[in-house]
Design a protein around this ligand. Structure first.
Ligand SMILES: Nc1nc2c(ncn2[C@@H]2O[C@H](COP(=O)(O)OP(=O)(O)OP(=O)(O)O)[C@@H](O)[C@H]2O)c(=O)[nH]1
Ligand SMILES: [Mg+2]
Ligand SMILES: [Zn+2]
Length: 292
């Protein structure tokens, strides 16, 4: 029998393919190797299964809508980047780097600030302002008070959504609120470092009862940007785009050049200074890597 399904998990050379409500353990015979494609989580595939069996073979991989690296997953519809208001504190530099990668992948994205129950000084207000102004949808959540959780629930329906963000910000906790039967492992954060301890370790597509899948990724502490082209950085900064044509010099880095549309927009308050400062750091970092 031949079925069409989705690869939800891969362990030790086996791929687990979900077809309706049943999971088949599959191998990918040598056939793909000559074409240099390796099945990845998220792929839509055809599998061949001997009757009455729950093991099979992947015989076809359907064209991918996209493919993400780290984690390697295909056909992702959207990303939710989670940071917490405290424990660990939000790191705007890391957030901006992540946004750059998401823009490069042309992935729709939401920024979620979690643990707002701990936000006694209302710090989230400033963050929300910066990122809304930059053109992003900002969600505020708390798994303690449930605030914002129903909104995320609605966003996930029938989509493949990747949850990403540093360790300990509450990605798994949010998913457990959305679907308590998931019972994803969540971790305390280490008191000494006020940092997460990497509770989630492997990557899989988790089917939701409402339709759609979520990918709960392990937290990251840094992100590689070495494949990003220097010229593209300013374009991946969404809010820079309307001002790029106002620069006098065609290959303006928006750092040293006079008559720069971006610098003017920063001075006039159209672009947040914090975003611009992080831009300079990211640009300089990629420039340095390139020299080597
Ligand atoms: N006060 C408060 N604590 C929260 C909230 N959400 C999660 N936490 C706590 O934060 C800690 C880390 O949560 P996790 O869900 O394991 O974090 P994670 O992002 O999945 O971390 P990794 O799997 O390591 O990447 C746990 O102790 C949670 O109970 C929240 O909204 N408010
Ligand atoms: Mg987790
Ligand atoms: Zn410029």
């Amino acid at each position: 029998m031949i079925f069409k399904g989705t690869i939800i998990k891969g362990i030790g050379g086996f791929y687990y393919v979900l077809v309706e409500n049943k999971v088949y353990e599959c191998k990918a015979r040598g056939i793909f190797r000559k074409d240099d494609i390796i099945p990845v989580i998220g792929d839509t595939v055809s599998i061949e299964v001997p009757s009455q069996d729950d093991v099979g073979n992947i015989i076809k991989i359907y064209p991918r809508k996209n493919i993400l690296i780290r984690p390697t997953v295909s056909n992702v519809d959207q990303a939710i980047i989670v940071f917490s208001i405290t424990q660990p504190d939000p790191n705007s530099y890391l957030l901006d780097r992540f946004l750059l990668l998401v823009e490069e992948q042309k992935l729709p994205v939401y920024i979620c600030f979690n643990k707002i129950d701990l936000d006694h000084q209302n710090q989230v207000c400033q963050l929300k302002k910066i990122y809304k102004k930059a053109g992003y949808d900002v969600l505020l959540t708390s798994t303690s008070t449930q605030e914002g959780i129903p909104l995320i629930f609605d966003l996930l329906k029938d989509k493949i959504t990747v949850f990403a963000g540093p360790s300990g910000v509450g990605k798994s906790s949010i998913l457990n609120k959305i679907e308590p039967s998931l019972q994803l492992k969540t971790g305390g954060i280490s008191d000494k470092l006020k940092r997460g301890k990497h509770t989630t370790r492997h990557v899989e597509l988790i089917p939701l009862k409402t339709g759609g899948f979520v990918i709960d990724t392990p937290g990251f502490t840094s992100l590689q940007l070495d494949h990003i082209q220097l010229e593209d950085v300013s374009y991946y900064y969404r809010e820079f785009r309307p001002y790029l044509s106002s620069c006098k010099f065609p290959h303006c880095s928006h750092i040293h050049e006079p008559q720069c549309g971006i610098k003017t927009a920063v001075q006039q308050g159209h672009i947040a200074l914090q975003r611009y400062k992080n831009y300079i750091s990211i640009y300089t970092e990629i420039q340095k890597q390139r020299r080597w």
